[in-house]
Design a protein around this ligand. Structure first.
Ligand code: DGL
Length: 374
């Protein structure tokens, strides 16, 4: 028996040794020099921040061999909170687990459950702000969905990581620390849903994942970050000037499901077959990740015009190109074909907005108005 205890404590010590170097340096959070845009931790009672966990790499653990491979959603929210020293100094924390999945498996049912739970928590006087821990693969989509359906000014901050919790120099603990600091900040109120990762703060509307493995992967390529945060010290940039949260016409109340919207990736010699297949499988909307300014083969354009006019399928032209706007009636006559131009929205964001737009209307001109206002 004694031998077994010894080997268990050796294993635990080894795991701690593995984890400790990855935790943010233990120096106390010094008060940042207050300058324009910086917010200093206010005195007075600590903000009440609830951490809502959904899984992802931030809660991931590597396999026994320590190889690259790891399993998302291994650790629970309590483990995440325990794994970051001084986190409790930033806010009065509580936590819950909504799901524990890799975000590649994120789906409409989880979105509806998460959004309802987030709105219920934000309505409580016992919650001043929320942190949602999430896998990075679809983090931008969940963040934007929440940005459109959350009905509160209180901060909602999504946090993920690119390295699992057991990795050398795991980035999750620092991201969670900064995420709690932002969620606890009164200046974060009214800025819409935010994403905090790699010492940057991004608006849900603008942010996208731009590198498959780097910790420096999230960017807002058209508008830049909403702020910077370093060991809890925050510098804010200009807030988003588009509709979000309480200002939107969308709600999850009474929604049992979301309209099916598929994304089709354009390329040289693109065939219209997948357009027809998506409609046959029940797509009520299609987002085209077009070449260039949201373009595609003439055959595909003709087929999209047909499904729009004969089946009422909503068609949004977005682009596979990472920056810039898809302009209306530029290379393609959207007015004539009944298409919608996505503007700044990349294909995944355009899909989120189109899903919610279709809970209100299928008329192209009304959908275009939404893409122009949000
Ligand atoms: N399985 C992926 C996910 O949960 C890993 C990516 C990550 O979380 O960083 O999104």
């Amino acid at each position: 028996m004694k031998m077994r205890r010894q080997s268990l404590s050796r294993t635990l010590a080894a795991l701690l040794a593995l984890l400790l170097p990855t935790l943010p340096s233990a120096q106390p959070v010094t008060k940042p020099a207050v300058s324009a845009g910086k917010s200093q931790a206010k005195q007075g009672p600590k903000a009440k921040v609830r951490i809502v966990a959904t899984g992802g790499t931030i809660a991931g653990a590597q396999g026994d061999s320590g190889s690259y491979g790891y399993k998302s959603g291994t650790f629970k929210v309590e483990d995440l909170i325990q794994g970051v020293p001084h986190l409790e100094k930033l806010a009065t924390l509580s936590g819950e687990q909504v799901v524990n999945i890799g975000s590649q498996d994120m789906n409409d049912a989880v979105w509806l459950k998460l959004a309802s739970r987030v709105n219920a928590l934000l309505a409580s006087p016992d919650v001043d702000g929320l942190v949602v821990t999430h896998g990075t693969d679809t983090l931008e989509e969940t963040a934007y969905f929440l940005d459109l359906v959350v009905k509160s000014d209180k901060p909602v901050v999504l946090v993920g990581s690119m390295r699992p919790a057991t990795a050398v120099s795991a980035d999750g603990p620092a991201n969670l620390y900064n995420g709690v600091a932002v969620a606890a900040s009164p200046e974060a109120r009214g800025r819409g849903v935010l994403v905090v990762i790699n010492d940057e703060i991004h608006a849900a509307r603008n942010v996208t994942k731009m590198n498959t493995t780097n910790v420096e992967t999230f960017h807002s390529p058209n508008r830049g970050p909403a702020g910077l945060v370093n060991t809890g010290a925050i510098t804010w940039m200009d807030p988003v000037d588009r509709k979000h949260t309480k200002a939107t016409e969308f709600s999850v109340k009474g929604l049992e499901s979301l309209p099916r919207v598929d994304i089709l990736y354009a390329h040289a010699n693109m065939s219209p077959d997948l357009i027809e297949a998506a409609v046959e499988h029940g797509a009520q909307g299609l987002v085209i990740a077009g070449v260039g300014d949201g373009n595609m083969t003439q055959e595909s354009i003709d087929t999209l015009e047909k499904v729009q006019k004969e089946h009422g399928v909503a068609v949004v032209r977005s682009s596979r190109v990472p920056t810039g706007l898809v302009l209306r009636d530029n290379e393609i006559n959207d007015d004539q074909k009944g298409f919608v131009a996505s503007g700044e929205f990349n294909p995944p964001k355009a899909r989120v907005l189109l899903q919610l737009a279709l809970t209100k209307t299928c008329r192209p001109e009304r959908i275009q108005r939404m893409f122009d206002e949000y």
